[in-house]
Write a protein that binds this ligand. Structure first.
Ligand SMILES: [Zn+2]
Length: 282
């Protein structure tokens, strides 16, 4: 039953393509089920044409939604679809970029601004800096490096913006279930708030020893973007992986969706939120 005075948040899950390392069918199914579990959200899903197929009919009505949840990395959209998306976000629309969505559209200037930083797709110094957390503050690092990650492992996610609506009340650090930890993402990093970081020490292969941004909030015009790097689903995975069952992943996704859609978060911290000692999966 619809509750008066509390309209549901309209979420569009956009999926349909991923690169060779990911399985959008499994990740989008998991995202849909998570979103549908919470009655404040009302979900629509659009599955794009497959790689190389005709995109001429692909033209989502962005303005019908409060927030667009991107689980998409693939073919470029038509220019008018892109510009309508930019107008939507600039005018106050919400976006949540999920995991490898930040691999998408390496040459789309406004998209890189929306996500703050991204990885792969030949992103190099020309797209911007890396974002690191050093001595209690965000630092832009212009060193030459490309995105990478260690083999999936359990890692601490450390809160860096405890007063931000997405992070309010969450523990200072929590142990995330086994996942890829993205590093060396780079981009314009404008109007970007680092919400949470994680580190892989140099003793780990492909560990940078840097506090890398895991959760980010970006202002783009009047719009808000929540960027979560968490939630890897491998190409051969057929079941929802632990990374996406982690109560920390799920709760920060809920908060990111609500914040991107409305600018505030109404949620309490769930009892099963992970601690720094123990992962928690649903
Ligand atoms: Zn991945």
């Amino acid at each position: 039953m619809e509750v008066a005075n509390s309209p549901r948040i309209k979420v569009l899950l956009l999926t349909g393509q991923s690169n060779q390392w990911h399985n959008w069918k499994v990740s989008s199914r998991a995202l849909a089920s998570v979103v549908e579990d919470e009655s404040i959200f009302e979900l629509d899903t659009i599955v794009s044409p497959s790689a190389g197929e005709d995109f001429s009919e692909f033209s989502p009505n962005w303005g019908d939604y409060d927030v667009i949840l991107l689980d998409y990395e693939g073919d470029e959209w038509a220019e008018d679809v892109k510009s309508a998306f930019v107008d939507y976000v600039r005018g106050g629309g919400g976006v949540v970029a999920f995991h490898a969505a930040d691999n998408a559209f390496p040459n789309w200037v406004e998209f890189n601004e929306m996500i703050g930083v991204g990885g792969w797709g030949d992103r190099d110094e020309s797209v911007g800096s890396m974002v690191r957390w050093r001595d209690g503050e965000m630092v832009l690092d212009d060193a030459s490096a490309g995105a990478m990650h260690p083999d999936a492992f359990e890692f601490q996610v450390e809160t860096r913006a405890p007063k931000h609506p997405v992070m309010k009340g969450l523990p200072a650090s929590w142990l995330h279930a086994i996942d890829e930890q993205y590093s060396c993402l780079r981009g314009p990093a404008k109007n970007l708030t680092v919400l949470a970081t994680a580190i892989a020490g140099p003793e780990i292969e492909n560990g940078t020893g840097e506090h890398e941004p895991m959760l980010m909030a970006i202002d783009f015009g009047e719009g808000r973007v929540f960027h979560t790097t968490l939630g890897h689903v491998g190409a051969d995975d057929t079941e929802t992986p632990l990374a996406m069952k982690c109560a920390g992943f799920i709760e920060t996704l809920y908060r990111g969706l609500e914040w991107a859609a409305t600018g505030s978060v109404t949620r309490d911290v769930p009892a099963d939120f992970p601690s720094s000692e123990k992962t928690s999966v649903r």
